[in-house]
Design a protein around this ligand. Structure first.
Ligand SMILES: Cc1cc2nc3c(=O)[nH]c(=O)nc-3n(C[C@H](O)[C@H](O)[C@H](O)COP(=O)(O)OP(=O)(O)OC[C@H]3O[C@@H](n4cnc5c(N)ncnc54)[C@H](O)[C@@H]3O)c2cc1C
Length: 450
């Protein structure tokens, strides 16, 4: 039997989680020693600002950076309920896929293709800029991506993905059968697509470092400042548990948490995603799986699994999703799904049988029904509420959204503000009481569609 008894025989724990749990068994939090980090003082008393940003994940932090750079004179206050990086931004799989924002419907001319590439690659390039200009330390490794096939049908999917990349002038390499063993050794994988356009990173490190950067350039960051109400108007009023602040401009950077403050209700599906982290692999274990090029690895199933290697050679793996009734958020410590992830890990890599799994956690991200693209834009009677939402895979896209929000604020017309994600309408998610059923049916269909 595999060595993961710690996670077996757990009762189903689907309690509606609290917004904030003090301890989350998240390897990334542990790797930044979050418990001992300085968490900023909350907002107390009444204040005024030029811009208030609500949410301290990547969308909020990138917006803070880009707005401050464009409008250095503005007093910007970022309000985060727990600490920067507490939400999905500090819990995710660490995949940074450069091609996420390529718009396949817009390849009509070389200029359109170039604009598309500029927007899509902006997120990863911005992270590289943070690393080189501000010494941001986030274990960034630009080793590309490796998508693997488990079935013949998946191979077709890989071929299509290769063609799509080619239509943007991007190279990738299809590896069939034994050829794949130069990149990964698994009895389960029958082909792979090696794509150099992507990176892996430690997301909690990136979020905590971005907090440092935005403070260095003059943004006021208030942590432990739970926003309890937003009253829109020409001047927006924002109440927190211990204070309040008003500003002519606000930025909603709440993604899956948006509905808790009354925004994008019935538009966003909060989907909870679960992950595990193993102990560090020994050299012989690494050799046994042959993953020496350390790409981000994911398979082609609809309910796919994804894995990266950490700086200290652990495997962080995710691959279980669920929807909690009534749009509830994920309990970071709900380990009901952990055994299925671990089983998947050892089915792919029986060579690792003795490997221990040390951490398991979850987080909530946002899906829009029937559409994979997120939305960024401006809304409200006074066109002064900026937002980024529906970011199901957002590590680089959130970075780009910060830039788009700043460009929109400045009234600019460019490839970023004209991209199809801007003011993208959000599909109706169906009545709340039926959403649980939609979620279960969709999951059943996805599982069958393997
Ligand atoms: C387990 C998991 C794995 C994932 N893997 C990947 C991956 O490998 N690659 C990828 O690209 N994407 C991945 N994603 C998605 C990605 O993490 C998100 O798209 C992205 O982090 C969204 O960033 P955000 O800043 O918009 O939202 P968040 O990071 O969720 O930030 C929202 C912030 O708002 C705060 N907040 C909420 N309510 C309030 C309030 N009332 N007052 C004040 N603050 C509040 C929260 O504490 C939180 O910090 C994953 C997500 C999860 C959950």
């Amino acid at each position: 039997m595999k060595n993961f008894s710690r996670f077996h025989n757990m009762k189903q724990n689907l309690r509606p989680p609290d917004l904030y749990e003090y301890f989350v068994d998240n390897y990334w939090f542990k790797s930044v020693d979050l418990e001992n980090q300085k968490i900023n003082e909350p907002l107390r008393g009444s204040h005024k600002a030029d811009v208030v940003i609500v949410g301290g994940g990547f969308t909020g932090l990138s917006s803070a950076y880009h707005i401050k750079k464009k409008f250095p004179e503005k007093h910007i206050v970022l309000l985060e309920g727990a600490c920067c990086g507490y939400g999905a931004s500090g819990r995710n799989g660490g995949f940074c896929i450069a091609t996420d924002l390529l718009d396949e419907s817009n390849t009509s001319s070389p200029e359109a293709i170039q604009n598309n590439l500029d927007v899509s690659f902006y997120g990863i390039n911005f992270i590289k800029k943070m690393i080189s200009e501000y010494d941001v330390e986030c274990d960034f490794e630009e080793n590309g991506m490796l998508d693997v096939a488990l079935t013949e049908k998946h191979i077709q999917g890989l071929e299509e993905a290769k063609d799509e990349l080619k239509s943007f002038g991007l190279d990738s390499t299809l590896l069939l059968g034994k050829e794949l063993e130069t990149e990964i050794k698994s009895p389960r994988f029958i082909a792979g697509l090696k794509n150099p356009h992507g990176a892996t990173l430690n997301p909690a490190k990136l979020a905590r470092e971005m907090k440092r950067v935005v403070e260095e350039i003059g943004v006021e960051v208030r942590e432990r400042s739970v926003v309890t109400r937003i009253t829109p108007g020409k001047i927006n009023h924002v109440d927190t548990e211990l204070g309040d602040i008003s500003a002519p401009i606000i930025v909603l950077a709440l993604n899956a948490y948006s509905h808790k403050l009354g925004f994008f209700k019935s538009r966003v599906f909060p989907i909870s995603v679960f992950q595990v982290a193993t102990e560090p692999l020994s050299n012989s274990q690494l050799e046994a799986i042959g993953w020496q090029n350390r790409q981000g690895l994911s398979d082609m199933r609809t309910m796919f699994s994804y894995l990266i290697q950490t700086k200290d050679n652990r495997i962080v793996m995710g691959g279980a999703f669920t929807y909690y009734d009534n749009d509830a958020l994920c309990s970071g410590n709900d380990k009901y799904f952990t055994p299925s992830i671990i089983e998947d890990l050892f089915t792919s890599f029986p060579q690792l049988e003795s490997l221990r799994v040390e951490h398991a956690w979850g987080g909530t991200t946002a899906y829009i029904l029937g559409q994979r693209i997120p939305s960024v834009g401006v809304m409200g009677d006074h066109q002064n509420i900026y937002y980024g939402v529906g970011l199901s895979e957002g590590v680089p896209t959130t970075q780009t959204f910060g830039r788009i929000i700043a460009d929109l604020m400045a009234g600019e017309s460019n490839a970023f503000t004209k991209h199809n994600v801007v003011n993208q309408p959000l599909a109706y998610a169906g009545p709340t009481n039926l959403r649980g059923i939609f979620g279960k049916v969709a999951k059943w269909m996805w599982t069958r569609a393997e």
